[in-house]
Write a protein that binds this ligand. Structure first.
Ligand code: BGC
Length: 548
């Protein structure tokens, strides 16, 4: 079994980069991204300063949900290459010091999966009980419909089985039946298979929905947590050092339960925080950020949040109030095509209307608020989206490498490329591409590389404790991050206009705030409040140096 290089709690100091094999780079020239192409581009990813890659599903699949509909858990989608290509990719990533986690789709399979095909054909097959069947489609009616734009029920009638099967997502994604111990064992076999190849962990998809119980909303059930503990114990025992990251899009008190007592997931995405970052910057007030972080209960010491601005899905608005959702739609989805289900299908730069200062500020928050940042491919070069593509495909278009044919993504005939490249005049690949961004010293890409380096030099940002500083300035978010002897002071101005903030820093009397970027030493902190002025959408990261 390949050795997994590890050091203690590596995921806490990581910066993740989420990438879709399909969209990143086509190494075979057939118009579809593949492992060869991705391997060629690994130096680019490493050079960005990220330390871990999260791969979207790359398994055989009819791709009716971009691979989240898995037809075979133990193979590579032929579009993306061979198992040998995957193994080569993993070796190269590890050589470059990059960890790799993959999506583990535990809740459901594709209806084309052999398990489901057997299940529907033969009620006596052992696979029949891999799925959840009922004659009565009104069962579990308290469970919400997640893909509410396309699905009208969580049950679909299967004429071959003569019964309805349960699914929380698309009708072609039947849910696995976790009450069946064989399903649990099967999933652990999947885990062993991939971790055995040397993967460093999983982003575990759609965790809250594993079990169903009458009279409940079928989310976050105790049985689900029990399975999560079993999964974790298995990983700890057989694959120490591997990480489990939960996708549990839930309210704060429900999300934190997925950390358990440090015996469920190492990491959980901070879904409650993400939309509030956008709300805060548009309203120019710190409150949404401070409130939500203050509401999050403490997490076990071995655990870590995963923070993010965007990902391959819609900007999810499930965990906000109705008023907040209306506000977000009003501000960020002016064209109805921008909406999908309960969210907004746009990329970061279009969401922020290309406002560079505001985007930098969001990254200041992303890289200093509690947790490990997860970046989404293409956002580092300011890629646009295409709201005229179906589903969430508009934020999954080919990576823009250069101004060449197909944005340098593929040498194939443009009509063969799996998705159109972005040609919207503002985000056209002629100008928005890696080559141009690398050439321009002042590009966002180069700025991001630097700020990631600065974060990585200060463990207080990844491992420290964040404490908000009270003050009177509504648009300013100010906090300290403390880890051992290291104290960082972060000040973010969410406003379009210049602000000042008066901070009680008496606990740090005698310390000198030293700017983390240029090294400028600010006046020593004295007895009176510390007064700082900040420009529009500006931020400061200081290290507080003790006297002597
Ligand atoms: C993934 C989506 C997918 C859904 C169903 C989600 O959590 O992020 O992209 O459509 O699971 O598998």
């Amino acid at each position: 079994m390949p050795l997994r290089q590890e050091y203690h709690e590596w995921y806490k100091d990581a910066v993740f980069y989420e990438v879709s094999v399909r969209s990143f780079h086509d190494g075979s020239g057939n118009g579809i991204g593949d492992f060869k192409g991705l391997t060629d581009k690994l130096p680019y990813i490493a050079d960005l300063g990220v330390t871990a890659i999260w791969l979207l599903p790359f398994y055989p699949s009819p791709l009716r949900d971009d691979g989240y509909d898995i037809a075979d858990y133990f193979a590579i989608h032929p579009d993306y290459g061979t198992m040998a290509d995957f193994e080569q990719f993993l070796i190269r990533a590890h050589e470059l010091g990059l960890k790799v986690v993959a999506d583990l789709v535990v809740n459901h399979t594709s209806s084309e999966n052999r398990w489901f095909q057997e299940a529907r054909r033969d009620p006596h097959s052992p696979y029949h009980d891999y799925y959840v069947w009922s004659d009565d489609p009104s069962r579990f009616s308290e469970a919400r419909i997640i893909f509410c734009d396309t699905e009208t029920s969580n049950w679909t009638y299967d004429p071959m089985a003569g019964k309805h099967y349960w699914h929380r997502f698309y009708g072609h994604q039947p849910d696995l039946n976790y009450d069946n111990p064989a399903v649990q064992e099967e999933m652990l076999r999947v885990v062993d298979f991939w971790l055995g190849k040397g993967l460093d962990g999983f982003r575990v998809d759609a965790v809250p929905y594993l079990f169903e119980r009458d009279g409940t909303n079928c989310e976050n059930l105790p049985e689900t947590h029990e399975f999560c503990r079993k999964l974790r114990a298995h990983v700890d025992l057989y694959h120490p050092g591997a990480v489990l990251l939960a996708e549990a899009n839930q309210w704060p008190h429900d999300v934190v339960k997925y950390f358990g007592d440090g015996d469920e997931f190492h990491m959980c995405f901070n879904f409650p925080l993400m939309p509030r970052l956008y709300m805060a910057i548009r309203r120019e007030e710190a409150k949404p950020i401070v409130d939500i972080i203050s509401q999050l209960p403490r997490i076990p010491p071995s655990c870590q949040w995963a923070t993010f601005l965007r990902n391959h899905d819609e900007l999810s608005l499930e965990m906000v109030s109705h008023e907040e959702r209306d506000y977000m739609y009003r501000e960020y989805a002016k064209d109805p095509r921008m909406k999908i289900n309960l969210g907004i299908r746009r990329r970061l730069f279009p969401l922020m209307d290309n406002n560079r200062k505001a985007i930098e500020l969001l990254h200041s928050l992303l890289l200093t608020l509690p947790g490990t940042p997860v970046l989404y491919y293409g956002d580092e070069i300011g890629m646009g989206d295409n709201i005229y593509l179906g589903d969430r495909n508009g934020v999954r278009t080919p990576m823009q490498w250069s101004g060449d044919r197909n944005a340098g993504f593929s040498t194939a005939d443009p009509s063969r490329v799996f998705s159109p490249v972005v040609i919207d005049p503002v985000y056209h690949f002629n100008g928005v591409n890696v080559e141009s961004a690398q050439r321009s010293h002042s590009s966002f890409l180069n700025w991001l590389r630097i700020i990631i380096k600065v974060r990585q030099r200060h463990p207080a940002f990844s491992r420290g404790e964040v404490r908000f500083l009270p003050h009177e300035s509504i648009p300013v978010v100010a906090y300290t991050c403390t880890h051992g002897e290291q104290v960082m002071l972060v000040i973010n101005n969410l406003s379009r206009f210049t602000q000042y903030v008066s901070l009680d820093l008496s606990a740090f009397r005698g310390c000198t705030p030293v700017d983390c970027f240029g090294g400028c030493r600010f006046p020593v902190i004295g007895d009176t409040n510390y007064l700082i002025t900040t420009g529009p959408h500006s931020f400061y990261w200081f290290e507080l140096q003790r006297p002597g």
